[in-house]
Design a protein around this ligand. Sequence first.
Ligand code: BGC
Length: 417
Amino acid sequence: MLRKLLIGTALATTFAFSAHAEDVKEVQMLHWWTSGGEAAALNVLKGDLAKEGYAWKDVPVAGGGGDAAMTALKAMVAAGNYPTASQMLGYTVLDYAAAGVMGDLTETAKKEGWDKSVPAALQKFSVYDGKWVAAPVNVHSVNWLWINKAVMDKIGGAEPKTFDDFVALLDKAKAAGVIPLALGGQNWQEATMFDSVVLSTGGPEFYKKAFNDLDDESLKSDTMKKSFDNLAKLVTYVDPNFSGRDWNLATAMVIKGDALVQVMGDWAKGEFNAAKKTPGTDFLCYRFPGTEGSVIYNSDMFGMFNVPDDRKAAQVALATATLSKSFQSAFNVVKGSVPARTDVPDTDFDACGKKGIADLKAANEGGTLFGSLAQGYGAPPAVANAYKDVVSKFVHGQIKTSDEAVTELVKAIDDAK
Ligand code: BGC
């Protein structure tokens, strides 16, 4: 569908602009990095490109998880109006590549040695048909807890190692009159949390089979049912105003001490950074209980479009800057993520970042690195959207039981496949 819609415009755009002209010294970038921490991270890139004489044309589309941004991108591309690059997640890159609208960064990749420095798990999504079509910016991971340290001390809590420990900790916060769990009731946030619940409930093999292989037996198993029951349990610790809340406002509740904990990808740490908070002193980062040793990842990629010739030099400059070792360190320190290259030292990262880098390496080597279904790395967008929809209906009571949730999940994923 996307393919048919886009191929005509791809050809039209290429021909319309193939005349030689002076290089346009501008990078046009579509993204959904609009929170305080995200904007601070993006400024690192804007600064690096400005030093090389490139102007920045920002195309921000608010909305964590990027659904709104991807709708905007589709409209732009269908109109033949390609940005230099767009923030994209996993399977979306492959969809645009299959539609024939992406550029080819292979020459730059060869020159810069990306084949050797970017892990295979990311190359699977940034290389299509042997050509580099995207530059990975980072690796985020979603199976984290972000905890306010002062609240933790006040309630006498300790790191929860199992799901039951976690429930006991949430009970302590509740008894102390603190909101136990900060959640934004938007489908992508709920599903991002559910990714961790499933890994914790079923273990690494189960997560992979269900959410990366889309194995029917696993999707409809008792373990999946139990995962929904565990999710229902967590939702009892959320405050009544959670519906529709933005993810960074949920993070702010933890930063301020209004809530004990948020389950969120490590972009949440970007908000703690922006608020000048220090891990170990002001906040704590733990793996979601029962998931230590595994990493559920997503990676922000800059998908590179097949822009007119006079815009290609700017695109190469953007791609080169994005994968430079110094940028990979400076940007990810601010963003809360870890480098998309394996050869960047962890020296400048805080304790959570150092743990993130070490965990990623161990998971990659040990076969426990899994794509996030909620974050576009488990399955193509249609399946991910079906998943987010079912999880959200369950959280908001439109699907009432875990039995029903499992039935709906299997059906929705089957229909979307
Ligand atoms: C992206 C992060 C971003 C988060 C919230 C995720 O999908 O990977 O970079 O910070 O959404 O906006």
